[in-house]
Structure formats: structure tokens, C-alpha cells
Design a protein around this ligand. Sequence first.
Ligand SMILES: [Zn+2]
Length: 109
Amino acid sequence: MTQTIHGLLYIKSKCIRQTAQREAPYDVWILVTEEGSIETAGCQCIGDDGGCKHVVALLLSVANFKSSINTQEQVQDQKTCTDILCTWNKPRKCNKSKRVIDIERSPVL
Ligand SMILES: [Zn+2]
């Protein structure tokens, strides 16, 4: 979930607990400026002192999501291999067949 307030982007997510996976996931959030700087972050876990592994996981997920969008844009801009004419199978020079008259007799040994 994302929300923009006064030029700040609020990103909230759920993070599954590593050891007690049956319990409710932690609520994790980050506040990012429009330029991409992290203003603050937080987590619901007991070890949250401003930077727990759950916040790091959210930051890595956002970074991974951003790079996957860039990759998708690059893929859309690129031509597929079938869009380009075959260049590796072209002969290097044109081989004209010789006429029988033009072929010199090789000496018989
Ligand atoms: Zn946490």
C-alpha cells in the first residue's frame, strides 16, 4: 500500500515472522521523499529501534520492484531475435559457379 502526503511517499507492508509464522505478520512501513531519500521507517516487532531486518526486507523489496520495472521497460524497447533478419548465416562472398571451360586441367601425376 502506498500513499503520497505532502511530497512524502508512505509505503506500508506486511512481513511474515521468521520463527512464528502462524502468528500475524508484522506491519512494516517506510516514509520516502519524492527524491528517494528515506525519512523514517518503522516496524511492529519487539526489536524495532529504527532499523530492524523487517524494514531492510521492505527496502530490498522496493529496490527489487523498481529494478524489475526498469528491466521490463528495457525488454519492451528491445527487439526480439525474430524481429532482426538473420545475419550469421549469410555467405561471406558470392560464389559464382565456374564454367567448365574456365576450369584448368590439373596435371595428372
Ligand atoms: Zn521488525
